[in-house]
Design a protein around this ligand. Structure first.
Ligand SMILES: NC(=O)c1ccc[n+]([C@@H]2O[C@H](COP(=O)([O-])OP(=O)(O)OC[C@H]3O[C@@H](n4cnc5c(N)ncnc54)[C@H](OP(=O)(O)O)[C@@H]3O)[C@@H](O)[C@H]2O)c1
Length: 249
């Protein structure tokens, strides 16, 4: 922990979906380093347990939470467990995501590819957020961060079609546009409960998702995620932010 990264309030509980690797793993690590109890979401128990072992070696209270965001029974079981063990949730990071149409021309993307993408990137976020909203409301200072992308910004797509031409991923980009719409509506619905909901753009960082083609590191990508997850009471809700800027929807 550094002077610019103060400890979180005692008893802070965080859930990061898809935290067994990539940006989710680094987010879990940073939140644990600041004193949160971090539930490491992983759809595969073995991969999750391996990540928890690695994270625990760095210190902090990290615990496995087997969670497949596309499986309602798995989501319900995770929510029940958090209710039983903690009675509230302070931070939810909707990080789990897939990219299935890498390299597929727009006109060749199938409805099935769109469905598979939306199952995780959109419907999974709805399943998890709606199941955990009552526990976030009990926090009194709940924070939700949705892992979005500037590729999902309708304004950027409309303004800069040539620049974005190499990154026209019909399923992935539109799933992040839909996710941004969810951010705005959940922010509105949870405002009175003191829950702030924001979209994060982690930057193009090297992970398995993009075959490690990204320029930055997963650790760098996690910085804006952690910032939005740990906003104080004066922080924004219903915003879309990268590490350095406020992004247009
Ligand atoms: N990397 C970038 O440049 C970039 C840029 C903008 C936004 N993002 C977003 O950042 C998030 C994290 O991406 P990443 O780059 O860190 O990718 P990653 O390394 O591929 O990690 C994705 C994580 O999501 C998990 N996951 C996938 N489907 C799941 C499901 N149904 N239930 C639970 N977990 C599931 C994966 O688990 P398994 O290990 O079991 O597959 C993995 O832990 C994604 O939402 C992505 O769209 C990434």
């Amino acid at each position: 922990m550094t002077a610019t990264e103060p400890a979180l309030p005692a008893g802070t509980v965080a859930l990061v979906t898809g935290a067994n690797k990539g940006i989710g793993y680094q987010t879990a690590r940073k939140l644990a380093a600041r004193g949160a109890t971090v539930l490491v979401g992983a759809r595969d128990a073995e991969r999750g347990a391996a990540a928890v072992t690695d994270l625990a070696a760095g210190g902090g209270d990290v615990r496995l939470c087997v969670l497949d965001v596309t499986d309602q029974a798995s989501v319900t079981a995770a929510a029940d467990r958090i209710a039983r063990d903690f009675g509230k949730l302070d931070i939810l990071v909707n990080n789990a995501g897939v990219l299935v149409d890498q390299g597929v021309p727009v006109l060749e993307v199938t409805a099935d590819q769109l469905r598979r993408t939306y199952e995780t990137n959109v419907f999974g976020v709805v399943a998890v957020t709606s199941a955990l909203a009552p526990l976030l409301a009990k926090s009194g200072r709940g924070r939700v961060v949705n892992l979005s992308s500037s590729l999902g910004s309708l304004s950027v797509n409309a303004a800069e079609p040539e620049r974005l031409a190499p990154y026209q991923l019909l399923a992935y980009n539109s799933s992040k546009s839909a996710l941004n719409a969810l951010t705005l509506m959940y922010a509105n619905a949870l405002k009175d409960a003191g829950v702030k909901v924001n979209s994060a753009e982690p930057g193009y960082v090297a992970t398995d998702l993009n075959g490690h083609a990204g320029f930055g590191t997963a650790e760098e990508g996690a910085e804006v995620v952690v910032r939005l997850a740990t906003l104080d009471q004066d922080g924004p809700t219903a915003s879309f932010q990268s590490a350095t800027a406020q992004l247009p929807w």
